[in-house]
Design a protein around this ligand. Structure first.
Ligand SMILES: Nc1nc2c(ncn2[C@@H]2O[C@H](COP(=O)(O)OP(=O)(O)OP(=O)(O)O)[C@@H](O)[C@H]2O)c(=O)[nH]1
Length: 239
């Protein structure tokens, strides 16, 4: 990000919130285009397909600087499902398909089954890939919870080639209990940024919920809290 772009960001290095996001999807759905759009506001049209890329950048969310670490994954054959290492590394997942590619939508559906089979957000003490440092434990690994996710139907500018309806995206998002939107990395800056920011808020909510449930357990509290996924923390009832 340019110096000018960073000028408005309040720098609180020591206490800056960090978030690790893995961008997952079938080949060619626009993963790199979305990441580059979010971090630089630019769209360059052609991107490296050979290897996964990692980015670290500060971005302003709700008035605070957040350090985004983003893994732009590489799925060369279109069959590979997210590895346990990637899932263990990430705080949140951006699941991407292209509205012009039915196979890419099916790939995300396969991921959903894959998560269910795993039964839980993979344990943080699991294996680490050589290039990835695991985050500290986020939540109780014995609980069965979906990872914080956002589902994106990319290439929404190509409606004439649409193969997946918006309704299908909404249904899948309901299933995954996550926020959904259709975007076009090629045209939209704000909408793409909003998707990453929504995911960050989901991760923050999860972190808070994890702390709360631990506290509940320690204090023996029986009070339950409900959460409407997709709402920002500000929309949640105050303790
Ligand atoms: N029309 C249109 N094309 C897009 C959009 N987003 C990405 N593309 C194009 O789709 C192609 C693939 O985009 P990438 O960002 O490389 O896709 P990827 O998912 O990272 O691809 P792999 O690295 O092969 O997995 C490129 O030619 C992009 O320019 C979009 O919103 N609309």
């Amino acid at each position: 990000m340019s110096g000018a772009g960073m000028r408005g960001i309040r720098r609180k290095k020591s206490s800056m919130t960090e978030v690790k996001i893995a961008v997952l999807g079938a080949p060619g759905v626009g993963k790199s285009a979305l990441v580059v759009r979010f971090l630089t506001k630019r769209y360059i049209g052609e991107y490296d397909h050979q290897s996964e890329q990692r980015y670290r950048n500060e971005v302003l969310v709700d008035g605070d600087a957040v350090l985004f670490e983003i893994l732009d994954t590489c799925n060369n054959n279109g069959e590979t499902l997210p590895t346990p290492e990637t899932l263990a590394w990430a705080d949140g997942l951006l699941l991407v398909y292209s509205i012009t590619d039915r196979h890419s939508f099916n790939w995300v559906k396969k991921c959903r089954v894959h998560f269910t089979e795993q039964g839980t957000w993979p344990t943080r003490s699991g294996g680490t890939s050589p290039s990835l440092t695991p985050s500290p434990p986020l939540m109780d690994v014995t609980s069965s919870v979906n990872p914080p996710m956002v589902l994106l139907g990319n290439k929404a500018d190509m409606v004439h080639l649409r193969q997946v309806s918006a309704e299908e995206g909404e249904i899948l998002a309901k299933d995954l209990e996550c926020v959904f939107s259709e975007v076009a990395a090629s045209d939209q800056v704000a909408q793409v940024a909003a998707a990453f920011q929504d995911l960050f808020r989901e991760v923050q909510y999860c972190r808070k919920r994890c702390k709360t449930s631990l506290l509940d357990r320690v204090l023996g509290s029986k009070t339950g809290r409900s959460y409407v996924r997709g709402k920002s923390d500000s929309a949640l009832p105050k303790d």
